[in-house]
Design a protein around this ligand. Structure first.
Ligand code: AMP
Length: 285
């Protein structure tokens, strides 16, 4: 069932709650693929009812980013959701979410701002304000749907860590369920932004997963010095790659690691032309 308004979602969820049913929420920006589907399947399996939100959230895009050209495929998304047993696809307009005039500046909108220590690194460094937009919209979705469980992918690991922190700090009574990264057979992590890649670019994009898999293989052989592990990456890079970061950080609080251990996540971001891709891997076996 496709729903565009907040009041319709609320009404439905109220009925479910009266019947004592559990509710799962899968927040997405649409252009759904097998990565999103894995979150949806988990929710459908775990919860009595599942709501998938499809909303390209304008306030999490920085100036000059791909807000206008971000793929929008609502018909196909709705079909995928129906086939997966989703109860509601919630696809609000920006106006429905942010009101008349799409008030998006923090002069006029109440924002949820995650801690500086969590956002002054990795993607937060180049995408200033991005995680403010993410936390704000996820909070709104939590308040609209009031789910018992919310499902997020490890593909966006910094986001996942920040959202867990937000739920903990603000005592939000929702359990965050993290879901493993779904990859193509080649190793490339699925992403809606892969649609921007040509066949040639896709080959270059394999550098991300190759670098991460190689680092994990070296760690498994006993290398723990993060500088030494970083060195192994360079042979996978060519002139088309512009490496934004390759960093080793703690899985809970994003503290930098000089020596890798099982609680370390290796984060990578690189650009191929104009397309910016991210990936990460946990060093836990
Ligand atoms: P997005 O539509 O890109 O905002 O993603 C919606 C949710 O799907 C987020 O929690 C992402 O982390 C998750 N997701 C996206 N791609 C993947 C993937 N390849 N594997 C697992 N989860 C994913």
């Amino acid at each position: 069932m496709l729903v565009h308004t907040i009041s319709e979602v609320r009404e439905k969820v109220r009925e479910w709650k009266k019947q004592g049913l559990t509710v799962g929420l899968v927040p997405t920006m649409g252009a759904l693929h097998a990565g999103h589907k894995s979150l949806i399947d988990k929710s459908v399996e775990k919860c009595d009812k599942t709501v998938v939100s499809v909303f390209v959230n304008p306030i999490q895009f920085c100036p000059g980013e791909d807000l206008d050209k971000y793929p929008r495929t609502l018909d196909a998304d709705e079909k995928l959701c129906n086939e997966a047993g989703v109860d509601i696809v919630f696809a609000p307009s920006p106006k429905e979410m942010y009101g008349e005039g799409h008030i998006m500046s923090n002069d006029f909108l109440t924002y949820v701002i995650p801690p500086f220590f969590y956002v002054n690194k990795l993607c937060g460094k180049s995408r200033v304000g991005h995680f403010d937009g993410v936390c704000t919209v996820v909070n709104k979705l939590f308040n609209i749907v009031q789910p018992d469980f919310a499902f997020f992918g490890e593909k966006d690991r910094q986001q996942l860590i920040i959202l867990k922190k937000m739920v903990n700090d603000l005592n939000i009574p929702i359990e965050i369920i993290s879901c493993p990264i779904v990859r193509e057979e080649s190793g490339l992590a699925l992403s809606s932004r892969n649609k921007y890649l040509s066949e040639e670019d896709k080959k270059d994009a394999l550098a991300l997963s190759k670098i991460l898999f190689n680092i994990k293989a070296c760690y498994n052989k006993g290398v723990t010095d993060c500088n030494a592990l970083t060195e192994t990456a360079y042979s996978y890079l060519n002139q088309k790659h512009s490496l934004e970061y390759l960093e080793f950080r703690d899985e809970n609080d994003l503290e930098e690691k000089k020596t890798a251990d099982d609680g370390t996540i290796v984060f990578i971001a690189l650009k191929i032309g104009e397309v910016r891709l991210i990936d990460n891997i946990s060093l836990r076996a």
